[in-house]
Design a protein around this ligand. Structure first.
Ligand SMILES: NC(=O)c1ccc[n+]([C@@H]2O[C@H](COP(=O)([O-])OP(=O)(O)OC[C@H]3O[C@@H](n4cnc5c(N)ncnc54)[C@H](O)[C@@H]3O)[C@@H](O)[C@H]2O)c1
Length: 466
């Protein structure tokens, strides 16, 4: 099928590349010239494991191209809207990019064509109708929704860092529409993925035996839009829950890592997203929880649970700074090394990264910061130009003259460190482990004063703890 994708960011680029990989003819449209040029050269403009070779292959085989031109829309059977929907001050998502794209489609589409417009962006409930309205308004009566085109909700669930895997082997595909012909088109588009009819690409983890087709959730558009928000809100809830229990663990002498290992083994609960730490971040959880809270307010319904999920998370970031203040007195004039700026490992995405809040607080307290991240330094510097810190390209170099090390992203490479060497390289061997990455005993044996998250040991027999 001829596919056009508006927005070649984390979602649009991965989706488009994977659709090209399974045999579709894909054109990515983006307003940012630099990323269009990179894709045209067969290079992924974002750090996403396994994506680069797929982009190169798809571009060189002629299945994938990128442009800033909007005129190709007219030939498409499917048009994706995969632009950003960042939060406004009120918590409501900013739909101006979505509206801009919808109006572009309305202005350029001929009435003889009958494309399906897929809302891939995370958008408030009712957005399928909003988009349809913008398209037909711009077409000035030439295009009737449901007849000349249809808008379908098809939310995205990929995780940055494993986005290619998630797009090829999704847990489910959600299709929300009131138009049967449009649903059929979307199912035909995803048929190779649903039926697993493609060769597994090299460089991507192999799935555990998955012979059955990918489940398709066929629902109305409002339910589809709500599935996305509810899924993200639930994941954020799991993390905030783990962090709340972690706070109590510290007070009563329990160890959150052991507690959640035990809790997560219950098949009704599951072990994922129960890791206590600096709290959730990234471009989605905060924005989507805020959007649901906003929707609740619009309907005069108080989402008490989600409100708390949000507050626990904000407090969690500041707790890391509080630990530091308690252990380094006075804090003013100290130097702190930060390892990890990305909001999670395996990505260069720094949007709403916990590191941004924590560094801002440290700077306010008069602390000097030197920061290291394996891939996110450039993005962090670009996104937070007001944070005046020292960026270093070597983790050990960050430690020189520092009175503490804070680990804020659980990059795999940090697990391999020689901790005695790390402790010695610091001015003062204080380790604030915001990801519970290091075993507390190992850290103490290496000479650290160690502070993890929820790792109480007050009541533990040290012999048992070993
Ligand atoms: N990133 C994720 O992990 C993820 C996962 C699931 C859902 N989502 C949702 O997907 C949507 C996109 O997220 P993202 O992370 O890919 O955002 P992004 O910022 O990485 O990408 C958006 C792209 O759209 C482009 N754009 C903006 N206006 C445009 C226009 N008028 N025409 C063409 N291109 C335009 C931007 O230049 C940018 O490259 C959001 O609604 C997000 O909530 C994101």
């Amino acid at each position: 099928m001829k596919v056009v994708v508006f927005g070649a960011g984390y979602v649009g680029l991965v989706t488009g590349t994977v659709l090209a990989y399974v045999g579709h003819d894909v054109t990515l449209i983006d307003v940012r010239n630099e990323i269009v040029q990179a894709i045209q050269a067969g290079i992924s403009p974002i750090y996403e494991p396994g994506l680069d070779p797929l982009v190169r292959r798809a571009v060189s085989s002629g299945h994938l191209r990128a442009t800033t031109e909007k005129t190709v829309v007219d030939t498409a059977a499917v048009i994706y809207i995969a632009v950003g929907t960042p939060p406004r001050e009120s918590g409501a998502p900013n739909l101006s990019s979505v509206e801009q794209v919808a109006r572009t489609i309305g202005a350029t589409l001929k009435s003889s064509k009958r494309p399906v417009i897929i809302n891939k962006a995370t958008v408030p409930i009712g957005s399928v109708y909003l988009v349809a309205g913008w398209v037909s308004e711009e077409a000035r009566g030439r295009l009737i929704p449901g007849t000349h085109f249809a808008v379908v909700s098809n939310p995205e669930f990929l995780r940055e860092g494993v986005a290619v895997y998630d797009s090829l082997y999704p847990d489910r595909i959600v299709v929300g529409t009131e138009d049967d012909w449009a649903r059929e088109r979307v199912l035909a588009l995803y048929a190779p993925i649903v039926g697993r009819r493609f060769v597994h690409p090299p460089g991507i983890p192999k799935p555990a035996l998955k012979d059955s087709p990918v489940p398709v959730v066929n629902v109305d558009s409002a339910s589809s839009e709500m599935i996305k928000y509810a899924a993200n809100a639930f994941l954020a809830t799991k993390i905030s829950f783990a962090n709340e229990i972690a706070a109590l663990c510290e007070l009563v002498g329990a160890d959150i890592v052991r507690v959640m290992a035990g809790v997560g083994m219950d098949s009704r609960i599951g072990g994922q997203f129960l890791q206590a730490g600096v709290g959730w971040g990234g471009s989605c959880f905060g924005k989507d929880v805020s959007a649901l809270l906003y929707t609740g307010r619009e309907h005069h319904y108080q989402l008490a649970l989600l409100d708390a999920v949000h507050r626990v998370n904000e407090g969690q970031r500041l707790k890391m700074v509080q630990h530091l203040r308690n252990l380094l007195r006075p804090i003013k004039g100290r130097k702190v090394a930060i390892w990890g700026l990305a909001f999670k490992p395996q990505t260069d995405d720094v949007r709403d990264a916990p590191a941004s809040t924590i560094i801002r607080e440290l700077l306010k307290l008069g602390v000097q910061v030197s920061a290291y991240d394996p891939v996110a330094l450039t993005n962090f510097r670009r996104m937070y130009p007001d944070l005046h810190i020292q960026y270093v390209t070597d983790p050990i170099a960050a430690l020189h003259g520092a009175d503490a090390l804070m680990i804020l992203t659980d990059w795999h490479q940090f697990q391999q460190m020689d901790w005695q060497h790390v402790a010695r390289a610091l001015n003062y061997p204080l380790l604030i482990d915001g990801r519970n990455l290091v075993d507390p005993q190992l850290a103490r044996d290496a000479g650290f004063i160690y502070r993890g998250v929820g790792r109480g040991s007050g009541l533990m027999d040290p012999a048992f703890n070993r």
